[in-house]
Design a protein around this ligand. Structure first.
Ligand code: 5RP
Length: 220
């Protein structure tokens, strides 16, 4: 099975969490795109969706799936999204697609966060993948200095602006021994909009596609 086949398999497995009348939070990225395509096959069952990015909203509309503003709907029962890295504790790194802020907002208001991923995303310890941090542009050098103090190597994601008009700094080499603590610490730096650590509010379920099927890891 290719990585893409695994992403599609994980995405399709998430359909089992959809209930009649749900408004579903939808993530961003290639795995989330497979979920959107799968969602189109059951769109009559749901009332609509809340998108975590402009790209996702566009793909949903392309399938004629209704996209609602979060303020219209309040809390959501379900959020489905991919990840760049995931641990068996269901802590995640997200943000390669740059949609981390809206993703974190939608995850926060959702009762259940189902993360869908191919098996390459499962790691023992987060941090092999550079940690994305969304930053207000004027704080770029100050936040970069703070990342160096934390032991990281910050790099501006060039030619990229988030849906919120901000920049992304990708931070390599961070020692992420305690993801919850590091998320809190980076959150407190002025100018940081969102850090791509999803540990304080991690996933509730990880659907991990392998060559032998979909493995389900659930929060205890
Ligand atoms: C976007 C994300 C994505 O979920 C993450 O980058 C995984 O992407 P893909 O499904 O393409 O591997 O966090 O901001």
């Amino acid at each position: 099975m290719t990585i893409d086949d695994q992403k599609k398999t994980a995405a399709e497995a998430a359909l089992e969490y959809i209930q009649n009348g749900d408004v579903v939070g939808v993530g961003t990225g290639s795995t989330a795109n497979y979920f959107i395509d799968a969602l189109a096959t059951v769109k009559g069952k749901i009332d609509g969706t809340v998108a975590s990015s402009e790209a996702t909203a566009e793909r949903l509309r392309g399938h004629r799936i209704p996209v609602m503003a979060l303020s219209q709907v309040g809390d959501l029962s379900l959020y489905v999204d991919g990840a760049d890295e995931a641990t068996k504790h269901l802590h995640l790194i997200k943000g390669r697609g740059g949609a981390l802020t809206r993703e974190k907002i939608v995850a926060q208001v959702s009762e259940k966060f189902v993360c869908i991923a191919d098996q390459s995303k499962l790691v023992d310890r987060l941090g092999e993948f550079p940690l994305p941090v969304e930053v207000i542009p004027m704080a770029q050098s100050m936040v970069a200095q703070q990342m160096v103090k934390l032991g990281g190597q910050p790099q501006l994601r060039t030619g990229f602006t988030t849906d919120n008009g901000n920049i992304i700094i990708d931070v390599r080499n961070l020692d992420i021994e305690n993801p919850v603590e590091l998320e809190r610490e980076i959150n407190q730096i002025p100018g940081v909009v969102t850090v791509g650590l999803f540990a304080i509010r991690g996933a509730d379920v990880l659907l991990l596609a392998t060559d032998s099927g979909v493995e389900k890891l659930a929060r205890k």
